[in-house]
Design a protein around this ligand. Structure first.
Ligand code: FES
Ligand SMILES: [Fe+2]
Length: 329
C-alpha cells in the first residue's frame, strides 16, 4: 500500500450520527463516528488497555469521546484516554493510554483517511475534477478476495476485452490493440490512456504507441489517479467510477459508481443510474471470475511476468507505484 496518501475508505452515508462503525481498511482496524456537528472522528479500533474493539463500545461526551465496552476507558478525538473509571474520575490518566487517530476529510460523498505520517498541511484529495455537482450517481459496493494491485491493473487492461467480455463490451472479436497511447500528468500521479482495437485480418500488426492514430484520441478514455481511483470516461456526461479500497493484503473493496448528467429529472435519474449500475455489475463479475485466479496475488515491478505492448498502462502503473512507495521509505 502506498503511504502518505488520501484514501476514500467509506461512503458518507455509512457513518451516521450516534453510531459507531468498525471496519478494516489498509490493514488496520478502525472505528468511525460523527460528533454532534456531524464531523467524522476516526481512531484505531483497539483499546490500549486490553485490546477490546472500541467500535463495540459507545459514543459519549456529546459525541466527542468513545467509551470502551470492557472497562469503560474513554478516548477523545486525538486518541488520548481521558478517564480510567476504575482509578476514579479525578485521577489523571498517563500519556501511555493512547490509541492512534487519523486525519479525516469528507467530500464527494466519501470519507477520506490520510494513511501515513501526520503533517501540518495535507495535499488536496485526489478526486476527478471533471466530476462536478451536476452529476448524479448510484453506488455499488463489493469485496474481491484479491490484492488491490490486481484489481486496479484489471481496469488498466484493454487486451482482455475480447476474451473476458466477448459477449458484452468486448463483442466483435477485435483482438488487435493499437497503442495504447498513455498520457501521464506532469506530477505522474494521473494517467489517461486511449485504445484502438480491430479484428485480426491476418495482415495487420498492432501500431506502436508512437504511431497511435491521433483521431482516436478523443472523449473516450480510461483515467486513473493515484493511489486508487479510476474512471471510465465514456463521454463528458457519463462515467463509471471505482475506488479500489485496500481492506488488507488479501481483499479489496470496490466502491463502483455510475455517474451521469444527461438525465436530471429525479425519478428518471434514479432509474437511469440504477440501469447504469446493473450493467456495470455484469461486466465487473466477468472480470472477477478471472482476476481471482491470478497468481501471485499481488504485483510489483520486475516481478517476472512476461508483458507485451498492450500492457503499457499496467507497466506505467507499476513503475509509478514503486516510485511512490520507495519515496516514502
Ligand atoms: S480493554 Fe478497553 S477498557 Fe479494558
Ligand atoms: Fe474487464
Amino acid at each position: 500500500m502506498i503511504p502518505n496518501q488520501w484514501y476514500a475508505v467509506l461512503e458518507s452515508k455509512e457513518v451516521q450520527k450516534g453510531k459507531l462503525i468498525g471496519v478494516t481498511r489498509l490493514g488496520e482496524k478502525l472505528v468511525f463516528w460523527r460528533n454532534k456537528n456531524g464531523e467524522i472522528i476516526c481512531l484505531r479500533d483497539k483499546c490500549a488497555h486490553r485490546g477490546a474493539a472500541l467500535s463495540a463500545g459507545k459514543i459519549c461526551g456529546e459525541g466527542e469521546t468513545v467509551q470502551c465496552p470492557f472497562h469503560g476507558l474513554e478516548y477523545d478525538r486525538t486518541g488520548k484516554c481521558k478517564i480510567i473509571p476504575a482509578n476514579g474520575r479525578i485521577t489523571p490518566v498517563s500519556e501511555r493510554f493512547k490509541v492512534d487517530s487519523y486525519p479525516i476529510r469528507e467530500a464527494h460523498d466519501f470519507i477520506w483517511l490520510w494513511w501515513g505520517k501526520k503533517r501540518d498541511e495535507y495535499p488536496p484529495l485526489p478526486f476527478f475534477e471533471d466530476i462536478d455537482e451536476k452529476f448524479s450517481f448510484k453506488t455499488y459496493k463489493e469485496v474481491w478476495p484479491v490484492h488491490y494491485s490486481r484489481a486496479i491493473e484489471n481496469q488498466l487492461d484493454g487486451v482482455h476485452l475480447p476474451f473476458v467480455h466477448h459477449n458484452t463490451i468486448g463483442r466483435g472479436n477485435r483482438t488487435i490493440i493499437h497503442g495504447p497511447y498513455v498520457e501521464m500528468s506532469e506530477d505522474k500521479n494521473e494517467m489517461k490512456f486511449f485504445v484502438d482495437m480491430q479484428k485480426d485480418d491476418g495482415k495487420t500488426r498492432s501500431l506502436k504507441p508512437e504511431a497511435f492514430p491521433m483521431d482516436k484520441i478523443g472523449n473516450f478514455y480510461i483515467h486513473f489517479k493515484f493511489p486508487n481511483l479510476w474512471q471510465n470516461h465514456l463521454t463528458d456526461k457519463v462515467r463509471i467510477f471505482i475506488s479500489f479500497v485496500p481492506i488488507d493484503e488479501e481483499s479489496t473493496l470496490f466502491y463502483m459508481r455510475f455517474y451521469q448528467k444527461i438525465v436530471r429529472i429525479p425519478l428518471f435519474r434514479t432509474l437511469v443510474n440504477w440501469l447504469g449500475i446493473a450493467s456495470s455489475k455484469v461486466i465487473l463479475h466477468q472480470d472477477r471470475k478471472v482476476v481471482i485466479t491470478q497468481d501471485p496475488k499481488k504485483t510489483w515491478l520486475k516481478m517476472g511476468e512476461k508483458l507485451f505492448q498492450g500492457d503499457l498502462p499496467i507497466v506505467k502503473y507499476r513503475q509509478r507505484r514503486q516510485e511512490l512507495i520507495e519515496a516514502e521509505e
